[in-house]
Design a protein around this ligand. Sequence first.
Ligand SMILES: Nc1ncnc2c1ncn2[C@@H]1O[C@H](COP(=O)(O)OP(=O)(O)OP(=O)(O)O)[C@@H](O)[C@H]1O
Ligand SMILES: [Mg+2]
Length: 246
Amino acid sequence: MALKQAKVITITSVKGGTGKTTTALALAGILSNKKTKTIIVDMDLHSGVVAASLNLKAKKDIYTLVNDYMNHGLKDLDEYITKYNDYIDVLPAPKDPRSVGKINSHYIDVILKKLKYRYDVILIDTNHIIDDINLITFDNSDSIIYVITNDLMNLKNMKTMLAIYKDMNLNNFYLVLNEALSKDKVDLYTINSFLEKNIDYVVPSNAFIKNMRKILMDGKIITLEKAYQKEKPILVLSEMLDKILK
Ligand SMILES: Nc1ncnc2c1ncn2[C@@H]1O[C@H](COP(=O)(O)OP(=O)(O)OP(=O)(O)O)[C@@H](O)[C@H]1O
Ligand SMILES: [Mg+2]
């Protein structure tokens, strides 16, 4: 059991398909390599794929946890958590998306607060929608990582989000430009000028993994694979984690 409260790192975006889940899994692998007790909470409630990506056969998920909690109180949180390896646990998204509407965000708040006493790091994978669940998640986060690509709509939405952060006087977020999934060729200076804010980290285009399908089929985490350890994209994510966890 962790002595201090966990650092909560949320991975989000302003559009779908920017590489959030891949980033969350990669970060979990880096933390596991450092023997850091980590849980990935799949808060992409409608279409979470964390458990499926890791080939986990989870019997319980966030919905069963919230539902049991509401009806009988919380007995044993561990029962709802699925283990990936010695350092990575997973709290999966609901298996049945029809149950998502029944999840009261109050319980998400309580559950996140309880998890903070059990782990060193909580990694939360989200969807890109601003709803009650994500707002509660953001409120519980020490750091929020926005994974963006350089397509214009993504940058425009990010600019809107930056205005909201400025308005709320919050700056606990990082901008990660994922060039591996960026189609356009736009230089960093142009992006920074457009956003009126500097990108914090660039995951370079060579982070594109040709055999991603095989990695997912095998339920592997790229950052746990020896062949990739010293690759630039992984070093970028490690550097970001070091900064966040400092
Ligand atoms: N570095 C990479 N190399 C190859 N394929 C990648 C890479 N990163 C992500 N992908 C693939 O791109 C797709 C989108 O990535 P991912 O699922 O991580 O994005 P996401 O932001 O979580 O998407 P969503 O908004 O749907 O949850 C997936 O099929 C994923 O396997
Ligand atoms: Mg995802």
